[in-house]
Design a binder for this molecule. Structure first.
Ligand code: ATP
Length: 303
């Protein structure tokens, strides 16, 4: 069975519902509070594992109870957690999320242990990248380690997929090491300077990624699906129509599903269909990791 290594963040999401966002100096009473397990790296690793991939996860947690609890949850999903490093005297990353009655959210992140995912950690777990068939990364952990991991992957014929979220500018050095990139519209705009509003502008943005040396470009378009471009031939692959209640982790589920199907040597159009199905199920459920479906649920949805 082919192998996936995910490198990325692990966060405890502290979610509080509020009537509106607190103003400077204001103390506001929220309606409800819960802690959810999140972080883009963790969500994508969980998605891939639930959807059928053999996953190793390179990440960092603090030496606190929540970090240990999350690692145990990853193991329940069948993820190899050996490359998850516990950082002494550090906290597991956190995201403080206010969800207003309007449905908008406001998020503040403290990187905590995620900030320790440096080149030394990558070097320690180099074999997990070298022996994998695919490496999937995002941008919630320090860039130097992401670049180093991509270089190790390239040297070992491991396919490199980057979900460039959260949005930020990236050096050409990293872009040239990627086999596939999966930005959403905002991320595509920040990386290419092209405002993605329709198929023509998506095609323009995709061309810029191709010029930087990336073969497969998938620009996700929310409920509209994804613009997919391989070697300059681009089109929209529509998603599934569902009754969306919470789109948190839709992108993470899509990425996990996509790479899982590619590990099974599915052609790109079939891999996208599988990823769309998994992501569509996830938007019909509340939460992040709790909303990610299993492989069987996804196959049932498709049948
Ligand atoms: P997020 O940050 O919310 O996790 P994203 O911005 O990274 O998401 P999107 O482009 O919103 O990613 O969505 C990714 C994929 O999720 C889409 O290509 C589609 O498959 C699925 N999806 C998102 N929203 C919907 C929706 N309302 N209905 C059906 N599928 C959806």
């Amino acid at each position: 069975m082919k192998k996936l290594t995910v490198l990325g963040s692990i966060n405890a999401d502290h979610v509080i519902s509020v009537p509106y966002f607190a103003k400077p100096g204001e103390t506001l009473t929220g309606h409800s509070y819960h802690i959810a397990y999140g972080g883009k790296g963790a969500n994508q690793a969980v998605a891939a594992a639930r959807l059928g991939a053999k996953v190793s996860f390179i990440g960092c947690i603090g030496d606190d109870d929540i970090g240990k609890a999350m690692k145990t949850e990853f193991e329940k999903d069948g993820i190899n957690t050996r490359p998850i490093k516990s950082i002494a005297n550090e906290m597991t990353g956190i995201a403080m999320i206010q969800v207003a009655e309007s449905g908008e959210n406001s998020i503040v992140i403290s990187a905590g242990a995620n900030g320790h995912l440096d080149e030394a950690v990558v070097a320690e777990f180099e074999s997990e990248i070298a022996q994998a068939d695919y490496l999937l990364m995002q941008l919630e952990t320090p860039l130097p380690a992401i670049i180093q991991a991509a270089k190790i992957a390239k040297e070992n014929n491991t396919q490199v997929v980057l979900n460039p979220a959260p949005a930020r500018e990236l050096p050409d050095e990293l872009l040239s090491l990627l086999d596939m990139i999966t930005p959403n519209e905002t991320e595509a705009e920040i990386l290419t300077g092209v405002k993605v509003v329709d198929e023509a502008s998506a095609k323009q943005a995709a061309q810029i990624f191709h010029q930087k040396g990336i073969q497969k470009v998938l620009i996700t378009l929310g409920s509209k699906g994804v613009f997919v471009s391989e070697n300059g031939q681009g089109e929209i692959a529509a998603g599934f129509r569902v009754n969306a209640v919470d789109t948190t982790a839709a992108g993470d589920t899509f990425n996990g599903g996509l790479v899982t199907a590619m590990l099974e040597d599915k052609p790109l159009d079939k891999a996208i269909r599988f990823a769309h199905a998994a992501a569509a199920i996830s938007v019909t459920r509340k939460g992040a990791q709790s909303s990610i479906p299993t492989r069987q649920e996804t196959l049932d949805f498709l049948s």
